[in-house]
Design a binder for this molecule. Structure first.
Ligand code: PLP
Length: 426
């Protein structure tokens, strides 16, 4: 298709987009910034500003400690129940607390204790480093008992189910996988993988950080034991917002948290000297909830619930399909390669492309003196640019403009004007 026709068709897709109205609910969407990094840190919902103002001025400023009873004490569970509706979980199975890494620590040890006679932990080469580090740290505490085995990838983009089957065996205590891989965007078949793990007698823990809020998930239908996920990516909860954890109701009573903090105790305000765990999901709480950052998650999740996760997925696939088509048509011969799965049921909501000048191209994309607008995507070592598509605030026209800008940067060698020195956060 001719490039200007592509612009027309992108505009038409925007006109027909049923989610178009949600763009206005986010700060900064009327600026000259195209933000394709919602897979790292989602945009700020306008409503969140008012909610936080109220938390600070009214709940904290005026009401002070009274707000614990009035609003704060059950917030972790209340927001957990809202997230539950996005991930196919029941009320009482999801909590918001701590970071994803800390929740991984709690749930990995809970699973290992609940499945004590096996010694293998399985993950894959695509998993986020923190997930692997947490497993390695746990193995370091039990060096003679556990070993970690990683499922490999034959092409660096996807994982074959045969490779999954070759690694998970009858000695596997726990399988820990990211539902969507942070680099290539590969999406696992959750149901098939969970069923296979269970057939081998293994428990399974899914890291939903790159799928929650972007992809319909049905943890209960798939029979998933445990899950964790970030809230600052597609859930738009804000920088460092606390993560969530899910424990299947059938397991809550049978599992223990390895961190016995007072918020996980049955009656924290009885101040008993000996710990008795809560009988509910609360046993996976540790200490005082981070009220300010916790409060920012609620309005953001409400927008997603309102928009509907099926509609969000449909649009995300549309945005990424357009991006893939334009990369193929317009960037052919410029040294780019698509390094994400192309099948719809095998990819999440970001597409990665590689280029040997990826870092400097990413920097040039941000520079608004080129073409009078800025495009933020992110760079992942060694040569990958990741483009995250967020249906609530990205438009089809933005996809067109992004590829147009990349083409200009590479055709004119403009990236050569930028330093190769890496920022702290890429
Ligand atoms: C898949 C995945 N798991 C875990 C983490 C770590 O999350 P946290 O910093 O909340 O521990 C991240 C962070 O980006 C992630 O992408």
């Amino acid at each position: 298709m001719n490039y200007s026709n592509n612009l027309q068709s992108a505009k038409q897709l925007d006109e027909r987009d049923p989610l178009r109205k949600f763009r206005d609910e986010f700060v900064g969407t009327d600026s000259n910034l195209i933000y394709l990094n919602g897979n790292s840190l989602g945009r700020l919902p306008k409503k969140t500003k008012d909610v936080l103002k109220n938390v600070i001025e009214n709940e904290w400023g005026d009401k002070l400690i009274r707000s614990w009873n009035e609003v704060w004490f059950n917030k972790a569970q209340k927001i957990g129940n809202k997230i539950a509706t996005l991930i196919g979980a029941r009320s009482g199975e999801v909590l918001v607390s701590d970071s994803t890494s800390v929740n991984l620590y709690k749930l990995i040890l809970a699973a290992l204790k609940a499945n004590p006679n096996k010694t293998k932990i399985v993950s894959d080469v695509f998993n986020f480093p923190s997930d692997l580090y947490i497993i390695q740290g746990i193995i370091d505490q039990f060096p003679t008992k556990y070993k970690l085995e990683l499922i490999s990838s034959s092409d660096g983009i996807s994982i074959d189910f045969d490779d999954v089957k070759n690694v998970i065996d009858k000695n596997t205590a726990l399988v820990l996988l990211s539902h969507v891989a942070f680099k290539s965007g590969f999406l696992y078949d959750m149901e098939k993988t969970t069923i296979f793990a269970h057939e081998q007698g293994a428990m399974i823990l899914w890291d939903l950080s790159h799928s929650v809020g972007a992809i319909p998930i049905d943890l209960n239908k798939c029979g998933v034991d445990f899950a964790v996920g970030c809230t600052y990516k597609y859930l738009n909860g804000g920088p460092g917002s606390p993560a969530f954890l899910y424990v299947n109701k059938d397991l809550i009573e049978k599992c223990d948290s390895p961190i016995w903090g007072w918020f996980g105790e049955k009656s924290p305000f009885e101040f008993n000297l000996n710990y008795k765990p809560s009988e509910s999901i609360n046993k996976f709480l540790v200490g005082t909830p981070q009220v300010l950052s916790l409060s920012a998650i609620e309005p953001a999740v409400e927008i997603l619930v309102d928009a509907g996760i099926e509609e969000i997925r449909k649009k995300n696939l549309g945005l990424s399909d357009l991006f893939v088509r334009l990369v193929k048509e317009e960037l052919d011969g410029f040294g780019f390669q698509i390094v994400s799965p192309l099948e719809k049921n095998k990819r999440g909501s970001h597409i990665s492309i590689s280029h040997n000048e990826a870092y400097r191209i990413t920097k040039a994309m941000i520079d608004e003196s080129i073409k009078d607008f800025s495009v933020i995507a992110d760079f992942r070592d060694p040569d990958i640019i990741r483009f995250g598509f967020s249906a609530l605030y990205n438009s089809f026209e933005e996809i067109y403009r992004t590829v147009e800008k990349i083409k200009f940067i590479v055709a004119e060698n403009l990236y050569a004007n930028y330093s190769i020195e890496r920022n702290n956060v890429t």
